[in-house]
Design a protein around this ligand. Sequence first.
Ligand code: FMN
Length: 276
Amino acid sequence: MKITKLMFPLIVVMLATVACTPNKKAPKALVLYYSLTSNTQVVAQEIATRLEADIEPIIALTPYDTAYNATIARSLAEREQGITPEIKPLQANLDDYDLIFIGYPVWFGTYAPPVITFLTNTDLSGKRIVPFCTFGSGGLESSVAHMAEQQPQAQILPGYGVRAARLSAVPHEVDQFLKASGFINGDYVKLPDFSVQTPVSEDDAAIFDAAVDGYRMIHAEAKTVASRAIPGGMEYLFTAVNLPRDAQAAPASPSEMQVYVTVLEGESPVFTKVVR
Ligand SMILES: Cc1cc2nc3c(=O)[nH]c(=O)nc-3n(C[C@H](O)[C@H](O)[C@H](O)COP(=O)(O)O)c2cc1C
């Protein structure tokens, strides 16, 4: 076909239409979370705000006591009986979302029971799921493995976890996590790989001991370490083994753990998570 002068305005209009067609709006994400003492809620709100996502709490019909010992007692009794708590029906219609963030505190190495109930009663087949959690020492990896077992047809994407004692790091870490995962645009720091593990020196052992000092759930000895540079300091990945609690006690199980420690310039060593 010969393009005549008369056709130019038509071509210009057609091109403009292609260029101006608004991008199909990205499907909205949903942030679902359970939180008893509001640590996980802090992370949930940060994620929802950054993504402009809808957000909804998972609520136990009979709330857990916020007193730690009472919650441990109820939770252990429920585990023994093989029951999980009833939860309120969600207001959100999950059919409207293809990307769902699921947040929880780690309890006994996995997600807190209201989330077990939710994942038992809900089919998330075909959905993209991003787990996130808060914990005393760790549990992202073990809880995500549990989630993959409970929802084999869902696509469980890499998650984010943070110690309850490090909530001040949440705004920066969530920002980096969402950018690195491609959920929002922007620059993020891609960290180098860790060096190979080598036996700990006295200095390394001192860093490890300072990082876990005072945390009663970790009584361990560092055996090997790897490291890498991070903005403002160094990150260490220790392998460590349990120590007996006191001289009279039976030897502790020789179970190995990995402990991540950061040392920022001018600051004391802090452990960021334990993987058992
Ligand atoms: C019953 C119970 C069990 C817990 N189990 C673990 C655990 O296995 N590992 C861990 O690192 N933290 C554990 N924690 C600590 C919580 O994960 C941590 O305090 C979390 O930040 C609480 O989140 P929330 O404020 O959103 O409820 C446990 C806490 C409770 C109450």
